[in-house]
Design a protein around this ligand. Structure first.
Ligand SMILES: O=C(O)CCC(=O)C(=O)O
Length: 257
């Protein structure tokens, strides 16, 4: 276990206060080399077998513009092991203070020059959980900064009761975005999280976050996302399924996947 994971109490307390944590780095350079090799293998060998609803491209006709993958751990034993038995699950259990259920592993890319912004949103808005106890882990697969679209958090935003208003964004992969983002408090509490490959972030399902477009003409911005629900969080399965079916139908009818 990395040294940074030794002080569980401090980690849980700062997460509870801020709504996020950053570990720089969680994985070493050599571990990231190996992980990036597995990502390349997955994209080459596994992606062609995945259903279209789980593979998003920035430009559908251009296979080099791969933007997002869903549920990676269901298709490959390496990523299943990373999701079920890796350090990220332990961190999720530390900050939530209970056992967790692995839900989604996502690949997030912003291809050079065309990668779109990630609209401000709260993940819990589309998780449909009661109580909303869940976290998202985010691992930088390469160096990230303002130019290629690093993550921003609104510190402490998870403490506000309920969710902020969300609406359709038209952005593939981030269909719901906040409609009232940008208050004085949002601006005052915003923090940008640049870092090198191996930098790890985790946020509460209520923490407001977003990322800019990739303005670099040469660098991509690749990351791996890990979603875990607390065992005590109960899924409103009907609401969730209706939401997902609507989303899939919309993706197909607009020709986005
Ligand atoms: O990678 C990104 O730009 C956004 C990731 C995100 O919104 C999330 O993991 O919840």
């Amino acid at each position: 276990m990395p040294a940074t994971l030794e002080n569980h109490e401090q980690m849980a307390a700062s997460f509870k206060n801020d709504g996020y944590l950053a570990i720089e780095p969680l994985y070493s350079e050599s571990e990231m080399l190996a992980l990036n090799g597995e990502i390349r293998r997955f994209i080459q060998d596994v992606v062609p077998r995945m259903p279209a609803e789980r593979v998003y491209y920035e430009e559908k006709s251009d296979r080099s513009s791969l933007k997002q993958l869903q549920k990676m751990f269901e298709y490959d034993s390496y990523f299943k092991d990373l999701m079920l038995n890796g350090a990220v699950r332990r961190i999720a259990e530390i900050v939530l203070g209970e056992k967790v259920v692995p839900v989604n592993m996502q690949y997030f890319n912003k291809p050079a020059g065309i990668g779109k912004p990630t609209p401000p949103h709260q993940d819990g808005y589309y998780f449909h959980l009661k109580p909303c106890r869940a976290v998202t882990g985010w691992l930088a697969l390469e160096d990230v900064d303002e130019e290629n679209g690093c993550i921003h958090y609104v510190c402490g935003s998870h403490k506000v009761e309920g969710f902020r208003d969300h609406g359709q964004t038209g952005v593939l992969g981030f269909s719901q975005g906040m409609t009232d983002f940008g208050t004085q408090e949002d601006k005052r509490q915003s923090i940008s999280l640049p870092g090198s490959a191996g930098t790890f972030l985790m946020h509460d399902a209520k923490t407001i976050h977003w990322a800019g477009a990739n303005k670099s003409k040469t660098r991509s911005r690749r990351a791996l996302g890990f979603i875990y629900y607390a065992e005590s969080a109960k899924l409103d399965a009907e609401a969730k399924e209706a939401y997902q079916l609507g989303l899939d139908a919309k993706l197909r009818s607009t020709g986005a996947v």
